[in-house]
Every structure is written in C-alpha cells, then in structure tokens.
Design a protein around this ligand. Structure first.
Ligand code: HEM
Ligand code: HEM
Ligand SMILES: [Fe+2]
Length: 479
C-alpha cells in the first residue's frame, strides 16, 4: 500500500489521489481503535490516565477519528472509481491534490489540539479554535470552514469530470447524492445556544448522513464493485440502485423522527419517527438480497461453465463487500429496529444498547465496504488481474469482524442490564444510573467488550500487514 502509487499501474491522477486518501484513512482507523481501547479500559479502571488522558478525550477522538477516516475513505473511493466510470482522466486533479494536503494538515492540527487542550471553559474562542462540542463532528469552526473549502474542490473535481465524461447511472446517483451529503455538513455548523434547537440540527447531519446519504453512497460503491469484481450486469445492478435510493430516502428522511422523541421537539414526532424509522430496515434487506443474489448468480454461471468461482477477480474485496451486506442489515437494520419505537426507546435511550448498535452499524455498513474498496484500489495500483486472499487477509477480516461482533454482544448485555436495573427497577434516577453500573453483569460485559476490542485490534494489525504486502504478493504470483 505504501508504494502503491509509485508501482505504477495507476493511469490517472484521480486513482493516485484515491490511494493517497486511503493511506490517511487507514492510519486514522488505527488511531480510532487505540482511543477506543483506552476508553474501554477506563470503563474497567476508572482512574486510568485520569487528568492525563481523560475518558472524555479518548471517547471524543475515537468517534471523530471514526467519522474522519470514513470520509477520507469515501473521498478516496470516489476519486478511484471516477476514471473508470466516466472514462475521463479527471478535471483539475492538481487542485484536488492541494485539497488533500490542506485537509490532512488541518486534521493533524485539530487532533493535536484535542489532545493537548483537554479541559477549559466553553467560550466563543474555544468554539473557533478548539472544539465545537458536537458529538462526532467536533472540529472547531476554523477547521469547519477549511473542510467546506476542500469539499468544494473535491465536488468540483467529481462534477466537472462527470459533465465531461460518460454519464452512467451509478455516477448520476453519486454526483447527486454527494451534493446532499456535503451540503448536510452545513447544518452542523449552525450555532444556537438553545440545546433543543442545537440537537435538532445536529441530527440533520448525523442521522441524514448515516441513514440516508452515506447509505446511498455505499449503494453506489456496491453497484460499482459488483460490476468490477464479479462481472455483474450493469442494467440489473443499476436498476437495484435506483430502487434502493428511492427506498432509503423514502424511509430515512422522516425516520429522523426517532431522534426527536425526548429532546423537546413536538410530540407528533413520536408517530412519524416510529412509522418511518421502522421502515428503514426494508431497503437494507434489499441491499442484502441484491449483493448476495448477484454474487450467487454469477457463481452459478461460473460453475455452469465448470470454472468454479473463478469469476471473482478480487477475493478480499469481495469478502469485505459480502460482510457489508450482512453487517449493514444486522447492525443498522436489526440492532436499529430493536430500539426505534418510542415504547422501547424510552427504556433503552442512551444506554450501552445504543453503543452496541452504533458499533455494529458503523462497522457493518461502512468500515467493511470501504476496506473492500482499499483492496480494489491495491489491485489497480499493482495492475494484477486476479487478487486472491492471503492468510493475512483471512485473519484480518475474521478477527476484526469477530471482535466487533463480540463487542456488540457484550454491549447489548450491558445495555440490557441497564434497562432492567437502572430504568425498569430503580426508576431511572441519578443513583440508579451508578448502581446499575456497579453490578457484576455490567462489569463483566465491559470486561468482555475490552477483550473483544483487543481481538479487533489484532485483526487490524493483520489487515494493515496484508494491505502493505498483498499487492506485491499477487504480482509475483501472477508472474
Ligand atoms: C448504517 C446506518 C446506521 C448507523 C451508522 C447508525 C449509528 C448510530 C449511532 C452511532 C447512534 C448513537 C448516536 C448518539 O451518539 O446518540 C445511533 C442511534 C440510534 N439509531 Fe442508528 N445507525 C444506523 C441506522 C439505524 C437504523 C436503520 C435504525 C432504525 C431502524 C436506527 C435507530 C437508531 C435509534 C432509535 C437511535 C437512538 C438511540 C438512543 O435513543 O439512544 N439506526 N445510531
Ligand atoms: C478496539 C476496538 C474498539 C473499542 C475497544 C471501542 C470502545 C469504545 C468505547 C469505550 C466507546 C465509548 C462508549 C460510551 O461512551 O459508553 C466507544 C464509542 C463508540 N465507538 Fe468504539 N470501540 C472500538 C472500535 C470501534 C469500531 C470498529 C467502530 C465502528 C466502525 C466504533 C464505533 C463507535 C461509535 C459509533 C461510538 C459511539 C457510540 C455511542 O455513543 O452510542 N468503535 N467505543
Ligand atoms: Fe437515526
């Protein structure tokens, strides 16, 4: 991966830029996991690193790094597929490169400031220079403005290339969806000191990202990947894509009501949120069926020709994309559905159950397919026709997935205990909150989460090791 840009089978600057974004993404992913581990051990040993590296900081960097690495990998994937989809080498890619360096410098400064300025008053100055205080998207105002500028450059690259090149269905969805995705970021910059209004707008970014525009984005990635990796028919894949887009926006937009149950918004959100968010798993089932159906069909065709499975041109990428179909459905669809009705959410709101869902959904729906795209990029970079999974690829995907599933189960148990004891029995008081967390079931669950976190991390090391070596290995195998 490190030498993937120089090797050099990448023909356009867009593809090279894609690989540059991937590298930073994987580094930030590593940083995310280290922060998660620190926070997980702080659950077990509350005094750990106290006043040196507080839980609040570890948690904040953990989830901000998560969002940022995913955005990096999304931008990388877009640059990577741009040439292939449009048949055009890309417009103003030099500007895109400048944008990459500006963004990376800004991200580095923001993270360093988070780490070195851990506590202090929240004022107008800190809002501009240190931290905006909005969970997941905490970048200070100066960085916000920088991000907007860089994203405008990125969007210009994509849009101008699209206008000059071939306009496939996949690219049309991509271009329209990216406008919505980027535009929503602005909703997270509206400043008000009314906490209800602040949360109201904050959810426009968080929910409408992960349950609408990001989902559509991975829909386009899956469509693209299915065509490239298993030779799926474009007409069929694009037909699925349009259906998924329709369903995702149909339920996802008003599904936002499931965050408006208890924040001071009008009561009609109970009904709207309950109904539309309960429909949200439907498109996720469609995406699941789509990937597995196409995969099974192409396998069948290959077997019919007596060439068992050889249609898959990139083993690890395909494995991650199939994991995505399962993970998206389970993490977002099932774990989301569990707590989406207000009658249930009144008990589960803000417990470790939410964290269980958050982990499996972000991992299943996004981490998986973005890692798959990194493998696809490597295949292009090394110019190999068929990239087969190595032992390291298998250990990577198995341990990371097993670890995240294990963490999810542990957190679900912790959440269940909180619902039973803190909410059900003790009536959700301040004391109940602490009592529930001191009981053995909760502590054991947190212990298992930490253990499974370590498993995830070992898997991550295999993954990085594989990303660094698989290109060369496949190239030699082919020669
Ligand atoms: C890939 C898609 C999804 C991702 C990445 C995701 C992620 C998350 C995260 C991180 C939170 C916690 C937010 C916070 O800090 O307060 C959350 C909350 C929630 N999610 Fe999802 N989610 C997804 C899809 C869904 C779906 C499809 C549903 C419903 C069917 C759903 C239902 C909920 C509900 C009800 C909450 C509020 C939990 C509470 O009250 O504490 N999510 N989601
Ligand atoms: C080494 C593995 C990991 C460990 C030990 C870990 C640990 C943690 C901890 C301790 C928190 C704070 C929970 C709280 O405030 O109660 C957290 C939050 C979170 N983590 Fe992780 N994490 C890991 C990996 C991941 C991965 C792979 C993802 C997604 C791709 C992820 C997504 C999240 C999200 C979305 C939250 C916020 C959840 C919420 O508040 O509802 N984490 N994690
Ligand atoms: Fe939501």
């Amino acid at each position: 991966m490190l030498t993937s840009i120089k090797t050099n089978s990448l023909t356009t600057d867009g593809q090279k830029l894609g690989m540059m974004y991937f590298r930073v993404a994987i580094i930030l992913f590593g940083a995310q996991l280290v922060m998660g581990l620190i926070a997980a051990f702080q659950f077990l040993f509350p005094g750990l690193l106290f006043e040196l590296f507080d839980f609040s900081v570890a948690r904040m960097v953990h989830i901000n790094a998560l969002v940022v690495w995913m955005l990096y990998a999304m931008i990388g994937s877009t640059y990577l597929m741009l040439t292939e989809e449009t048949g055009h080498e890309g417009v103003a890619m030099g500007l895109g490169k400048l944008g990459f360096w500006v963004l990376t410098l800004a991200v580095t400064i923001v993270v360093l400031v988070y780490i070195f300025v851990q506590v202090g008053a929240g004022t107008e100055t800190t809002l501009w220079l240190i931290n905006e205080g909005r969970e997941y998207i905490e970048a200070p105002r100066w960085a916000d403005i920088g991000i907007v500028v860089v994203v405008l450059i990125f969007y210009f690259n994509v849009f101008a290339t699209y206008m000059k090149g071939e306009k496939t269905g996949i690219m049309t969805v991509m271009v329209a969806n990216l406008l919505a995705l980027a535009g929503l970021y602005l909703a997270g910059m509206i400043y008000t000191d009314n906490i209800s209004m602040d949360q109201f707008w904050w959810w426009w970014v968080i929910h409408l990202w992960v349950e609408a525009t990001w989902e559509v984005f991975v829909g386009t990635l899956a469509a693209f990947a299915l065509i490239r990796l298993i030779g799926a028919k474009r007409e069929i894949v694009e037909m699925w894509l349009w259906i998924e887009v329709l369903m995702l926006f149909g339920s996802g937009i008003l599904g936002m009501g499931h965050h408006y149950f208890w924040i001071g918004t009008p009561e009609y959100w109970w009904e709207i949120g309950a109904l539309f968010s309960a429909l949200e798993p439907v498109p996720l089932i469609a995406m699941f069926v789509h990937v597995l159906y196409d995969w099974g069909k192409e396998q069948g065709i290959a077997q019919g020709k007596g060439e068992a499975g050889s249609v898959i041109t990139n083993g690890p990428a395909m494995a991650w994309i199939v994991t995505n179909a399962f993970g998206n459905f389970l993490g977002a669809g099932i774990w989301g559905f569990f707590h989406t009705l207000p009658q249930v959410n009144i008990y589960t709101h803000g417990t470790q159950f939410t964290a269980a869902h958050g982990h499996l959904a972000f991992f299943g729906a996004y981490a998986t397919i973005l890692i798959g795209m990194m493998y696809y990029g490597l295949q292009k970079a090394y110019g190999v026709k068929v990239m087969s999974a190595t032992f390291k690829s298998k250990m990577g995907i198995f341990l990371v997935t097993f670890g995240v599933l294990g963490m999810t189960v542990a957190l679900t148990i912790a959440g269940y205990e909180q619902v039973m004891i803190e909410r059900g029995e003790l009536g959700a008081t301040w004391n109940a909150f602490f009592t529930a967390q001191e009981l053995p079931w909760y502590i054991q669950a947190q212990l298992w989460r930490a253990i499974m976190g370590v498993v995830t991390f070992i898997g991550f090391i295999y993954l990085v090791w594989d990303l660094l070596t698989i290109g060369q290995v496949s190239k030699e195998a082919e020669a």
